[in-house]
Design a protein around this ligand. Structure first.
Ligand code: SF4
Length: 187
């Protein structure tokens, strides 16, 4: 028997029955606190997202924190150099758990136009675990908002993400099999 079944019929339209776990996930997914940190031009788009025109406050994400101890989201926005990685990792380590990382822009994701440079990190996932990637040079504020809503989905329904990942993996394996077959046919 579900817990909802024991609610009297006259209360069903006025009472919400849920689990504490779902309530925490709902609250967490709707009140992400990003760290105020930016590395290069992508950070300007991140700042615009918090301004009046795009108004990220509509989703509950406007509380950009200056202190990592009060933040649970690190938006890595801009070109990351190797010299800058120790302070960035330190900021990440000081953030409260559970914490998340968004990779914003081509530079962060794969080095962007500086990928061949000796000084630029060729992908943030070499040093930090990334939850959401937002490609673009630069991605627009709407793209950042969309990325944060994807993160919300991940926080509130981790099982959906697992399912989507499984489907992607199957598609990738099927594609690799097709490629192998084509290679075999050509021999
Ligand atoms: S992705 Fe483009 S806009 Fe963003 S930091 Fe790199 S060069 Fe600048």
């Amino acid at each position: 028997m579900e817990i909802v079944d024991i609610v009297p019929p006259m209360l069903k339209n006025n009472v919400i029955v849920t689990t504490v776990d779902s309530l925490f996930k709902w609250a967490h997914g709707n009140s992400i606190w990003p760290l105020s940190s930016g590395l290069a031009c992508c950070a300007i788009e991140m700042m615009s997202a918090a301004g009046g025109r795009f108004d990220i406050a509509r989703f509950g994400y406007e509380v950009f924190r200056p202190c990592p101890r009060q933040a649970d989201l690190l938006i890595v926005a801009g070109t990351l150099t190797w010299k800058m990685t120790p302070p960035l990792i330190r900021l990440y380590e000081e953030m409260a758990e559970p914490k998340y990382v968004i990779a914003m822009g081509n530079c962060t994701i794969a080095g962007g136009p500086f990928a061949d440079s000796y000084s630029v990190v060729p992908g943030i996932d070499e040093i930090l675990p990334v939850d959401v990637y937002i490609p673009g040079c630069p991605p627009r504020p709407e793209a950042l908002i969309n990325g944060m809503l994807k993160l919300k989905e991940k926080i509130m329904h981790p099982e959906h993400v697992e399912k989507a990942r499984e489907v992607l993996l199957q598609q990738k394996l099927a594609k690799m099999d097709r490629i192998k077959e084509m290679g075999g046919a050509g021999k």
